[in-house]
Design a protein around this ligand. Structure first.
Ligand code: ADP
Ligand code: ZN
Length: 192
């Protein structure tokens, strides 16, 4: 008897996650560029909160850039994705609302390749929602590490250098650096 197979649908979720300066944006841009070169239809989004360098581009710390659209919520993101789009790139996933995993699922179920980059931990080393929930449902996970600026070990932490208890403190250069678990000191960021 012949085996009856469903036609492949091609949708899945990839997550690129790690500390600041670990190369998440570079890796996201690399994957999206390759898709564009292969003439796939690509749409790229970032949350409105992050306007550090450029309003309509994702920009890495090494100045790689790619055009993007700003969205306020993950629901808005889903609405903006066009029928013909094959690849959806999302940067700064940690700044999205808790609906991001459901939004990515919706898109992947519609056959889109969804690639999300984002911080896995906040400035105190706590899992940064909604990234943990997204990691749980992703098909592919890439963990990126920076280099500890104090000792040179692999850096898994984002060290905040100014005292502030705001979880989201989007800032200028010099406010954060990459550190390993031994050199990471959350008390530096805690107001006295
Ligand atoms: P992320 O999106 O994870 O914050 P980016 O992709 O924007 O990272 O930037 C990665 C780049 O940051 C590296 O290629 C390098 O040029 C630069 N960089 C600055 N500090 C460090 C560090 N401590 N370790 C590694 N790369 C660093
Ligand atoms: Zn170190």
């Amino acid at each position: 008897m012949d085996v009856i197979r469903k036609a492949p649908q091609h949708g899945w979720i990839e997550v690129v996650t790690g500390s600041m300066f670990s190369g998440k944006s570079e890796e996201l841009i690399r994957r999206l560029r390759r898709a564009q070169i292969a003439r796939q239809k690509v749409q790229i989004f970032k949350p409105l909160i992050d306007n550090r360098y450029s309003d309509d581009h994702i920009v890495s710390h090494s100045d790689m850039r790619i055009a993007s659209q700003n969205v306020k919520t993950s629901d808005e993101l889903v609405l903006r994705v066009e029928e013909e789009t094959e690849v959806v790139g999302i940067d700064e996933g940690q700044f999205f609302d808790t609906n991001l995993p459901a939004a990515c699922n919706t898109l992947a179920n519609r056959g889109k390749r969804v690639i999300v980059a984002g911080l896995d931990q906040d400035y105190l080393g706590r899992p940064f929602e909604p990234m943990p929930q997204l990691l749980a449902i992703a098909e592919y996970i890439t963990k990126t590490l920076a280099i500890c600026v104090v000792c040179g070990d692999p850096a898994n932490h984002t060290q905040r250098l100014v005292a502030s208890s705001d979880r989201v403190l989007v800032g200028a250069t010099g406010m954060y650096e990459a550190r390993c678990r031994h050199c990471f000191d959350p008390s530096l960021a805690t107001p006295k």
